[in-house]
Write a protein that binds this ligand. Structure first.
Ligand code: AMP
Length: 469
């Protein structure tokens, strides 16, 4: 089995879930639920987790990371012992619910398995049952879990074997680590801790060292989004963003698209415009109250809408099935969110496209993404289609056809001219010479573009590294 992260992977050379010596019912459940082969992350993480090792896993979205901790948890817990044995902490209600929805199908195969969701939203319905039968697996947001477990001590935590911190970078950004510290202090000393995070910057590593020590097992991929996502930059020229979106949707006709805007006002404008022109989009942003957010999520989950217009609230970790296209009407000022946005498509083993709108007034952030290594295809939006532009945002003027870049190029041009020269003036001689010279120039232009991009990358990286320190 090849190591690392790459998709698509070849099923023929993959191991099976049975090869992890998992509980037989669990292997059967996985098969019935459609999980045939472990993903690369699962291949790396599950054996360590089964040995009860604590670990940190950096994995890109859509890689199957949730099951890489759910499967070992299901294998390890004693379903006949009515005690809480695993706690999974997620940074948002929606993410917690998503994990809960990944876990509950296993109850069909393990009738005694109890899984409970603890979020402020779930609290009203579910928690009113009380905790007379303790759940084996507890999933929740840090605030709600810390409240429940540290203040009211409603759950006996002596049998907890595993703590999972999911989307740890987001947990840290949102200031949840005090709650997590409080929770951690209540757990048995030997609790296995598994941390999953899309990024692993030094600040996070420092914060995590308390839980894990130095056992970082899986520092994932270099590329921050799945290799199955194709990135496109679309020059929308003077056309306004909403008109450009309308035009783009007419041309592309996506199966299921997520349309992102950074500001909630812009999300609303796009949503209203799409409604006015006859689409039935679903909106999701911080502007919605809890009930509306729940309704929107339900609509999204039931595939009732082929257009989701949203803010970056939906860009992290959410697994919305079959998203084929991600459209960024603008770019988020924190560019790490671009990777999260693009990661909503190309999930697991599917392909996807990420489209970013820009015009000559908004080239700064696209250029930073190019410098950070995102390989964009460049396109221009015209009335009747998308036109390819091979150079796109790369600095065209610098690469003028007229001026040679180096002496080497001048020499090669001379040689090309000499080769096409003849004693007698033959028909087409001028054209042939011109073509030969053009070929040489093209070669050097390409080389110069590559070098310029490399240099740009280098300076941006060192600038980013400095601002990280
Ligand atoms: P995640 O990265 O955990 O958000 O998972 C992304 C998607 O991959 C989810 O829809 C999972 O149900 C799916 N998935 C996870 N593991 C597997 C597997 N081994 N085979 C097929 N699908 C999987």
């Amino acid at each position: 089995m090849k190591s690392g992260s790459d998709f698509p992977y070849n099923e023929a050379v993959m191991s099976t879930f049975a090869s992890f010596s998992l509980d037989k019912t669990l292997v059967h459940a996985l098969e019935k639920l459609g999980y045939k082969n472990p993903s690369p992350v699962q291949e790396r993480v599950i054996p360590k987790a089964l040995k009860r090792q604590s670990l940190v896993c950096q994995s890109q979205t859509g890689s199957g990371k949730t099951h890489s901790y759910l499967i070992p948890i299901l294998d390890t817990i004693d379903m006949h012992l009515p005690k809480t044995q695993a706690i999974i902490v997620c940074p948002s209600r929606e993410l917690a619910r998503q994990v809960y929805e990944f876990a509950t199908p296993f109850q069909r195969f393990f009738p005694t398995l109890k899984v409970r969701l603890f979020t402020s939203e779930a609290q009203k319905s579910q928690n009113s049952e009380g905790l007379t039968i303790p759940p084996h697996i507890v999933i929740g947001t840090p605030g709600r879990l810390a409240d429940l477990l540290t203040k009211s001590y409603e759950l006996d935590l002596h049998q907890v074997k595993t703590l999972v911190l999911d989307e740890a970078d987001m947990l840290l950004e949102q200031g949840y680590f005090d709650d997590i510290d409080a929770l951690y202090s209540l757990l048995p000393e030997k609790t296995q801790t598994m941390v999953f995070s899309a990024t692993l910057h030094q600040g996070l590593k420092d914060r995590l060292s308390k839980y894990i020590g130095a056992n970082f097992v899986y520092e994932g991929e270099k590329s921050k989004t799945s290799v199955q996502v194709t990135h496109h930059l679309i020059d929308i020229k003077h056309v306004g963003v909403l008109a450009a979106l309308e035009r783009f949707l007419n041309i592309r006709k996506p199966y299921l698209a997520m349309v992102f805007a950074s500001k909630k006002e812009d999300v609303k404008k796009a949503y209203q415009h799409l409604k006015e022109i006859g689409y039935e989009p679903t909106m999701f942003s911080g502007e919605l109250d809890q009930r509306e957010r729940k309704q929107a999520m339900r609509k999204i989950r039931s595939n009732k809408s082929s257009l989701i217009v949203c803010s970056d609230l939906l860009s992290r970790g959410m697994d919305i099935e079959d998203v084929t296209d991600v459209i960024s009407l603008d770019l988020p000022s924190d560019l790490s969110y671009y990777y999260h946005r693009a990661g909503r498509t190309g999930r697991f083993d599917k392909n996807g496209d990420s489209w970013v709108f820009y015009n000559s007034d908004s080239t700064k952030l696209p250029l930073e993404l190019i410098a950070a290594g995102v390989q964009f295809e460049f396109l221009t939006l015209r009335e009747n289609g998308l036109v390819n532009d091979p150079v796109g945002l790369l600095p065209k003027k610098k690469f003028s056809k007229k001026k040679p870049f180096t002496e080497e190029e001048s020499t090669e041009v001379k040689i090309a001219k000499a080769r096409t020269r003849s004693d007698k003036v033959k028909p087409g001689y001028k054209k042939k010479t011109q073509e030969a010279v053009e070929k040489v120039k093209r070669k050097y232009r390409r080389k110069a573009i590559k070098e310029a991009v490399k240099k740009h990358k280098k300076t941006t990286y060192s600038r980013l590294a400095k601002s990280d320190e």
